[in-house]
Design a protein around this ligand. Sequence first.
Ligand SMILES: Nc1ncnc2c1ncn2[C@@H]1O[C@H](COP(=O)(O)OP(=O)(O)OP(=O)(O)O)[C@@H](O)[C@H]1O
Ligand SMILES: [Mg+2]
Length: 339
Amino acid sequence: MPAEALLSVRDLRVTVSGGRAEAVRGVSFEVAPGEAVGLVGESGSGKTLTCRAVLGALAPGCSVSSGEIEFGGHDLTGASRRQWLGIRGSRIGAVFQDPASYLNPSLPVGDQLAEVLRVKLGLRRRAARERAVELLGAMGLHDPARVHGQYPHELSGGMLQRVLVAVAVSCDPELLIADEATTALDVTVQAEVLELLARLRAERGLSIVCVSHDLAVIAALCDRIVVFYGGEIVESGPAREVLDSPAHPYTEALLRVASAGDWGRRTLEVIPGQPPPAGASLPGCRFAGRCSFAEEACSAAPVPLTAHPGGREVRCLLRQEPVGRDAVSVGAGARGSDL
Ligand SMILES: Nc1ncnc2c1ncn2[C@@H]1O[C@H](COP(=O)(O)OP(=O)(O)OP(=O)(O)O)[C@@H](O)[C@H]1O
Ligand SMILES: [Mg+2]
């Protein structure tokens, strides 16, 4: 865990459907200044709800029922609407999938970017325009003055996503949340946007929380990985270690499915069976029903997330011994094909 976290999420619980179902069930993770953390897991595992909770932007009917979200030393859980306005878009930027839906189709993109600069930074009209053109250029868009005057329908998906990244970083945030930000783009454009995020991170010391189904994206950008399953974290740790030696059977399955060829280029495909529906209350491990190694004890009682050496955490009864590279140095022989 990073020593001085910029973002610290502790035991976060998010309910949906007006409180009827708990879809995020006690999620904790930290992001250090300049660090990139990847959230992975199947569809419906709670990644977006977690991101939206951190942004104070949950949809109606969804709410944080308990837990803490600390950002830059401030507890955001009880933040007022006004306090959120000073944080969201200013200190925490966000980019989502489908950039077109976040832009007004009837206004030139540059005007929309300039408007953010005027509202958030109080820039005058002319200064905002100049800064907008500068930002569009910094996002790698050719002829930024021309792009400034173009409407969303005149730009490609990759260009639109660059515009949204420009909006997201326009106020020089400390944290960028990229939720499936490259998913809708073709592979080449995806790589370019990824490169842009990596560059912004290096140049500005930006922290990033990156959600992706594409493990190549996570591997290229992230220092650490947090694996979600059924609203819980089942494993977390340094990206390379988790990808090289996954400890939780679910992570192993994810990587195995994705590694039928070169895991780095494949998206996460479906693992046989279904995850528990959001809000389903199970006495034990939420993955037990799909796990080929599950024993009776796995379904009997809640399985805690256990800390392992090297900053790894694993929620598995069968992985109580040290995991990953540390397992070798400790000599416990915890990882193996016996699971
Ligand atoms: N607004 C909502 N109303 C009701 N249920 C919701 C809402 N948003 C999310 N959920 C439910 O909460 C669970 C977690 O959703 P979330 O969007 O966080 O998943 P995700 O991990 O981001 O999935 P994906 O990879 O498909 O984006 C899902 O079961 C989803 O159906
Ligand atoms: Mg999502």
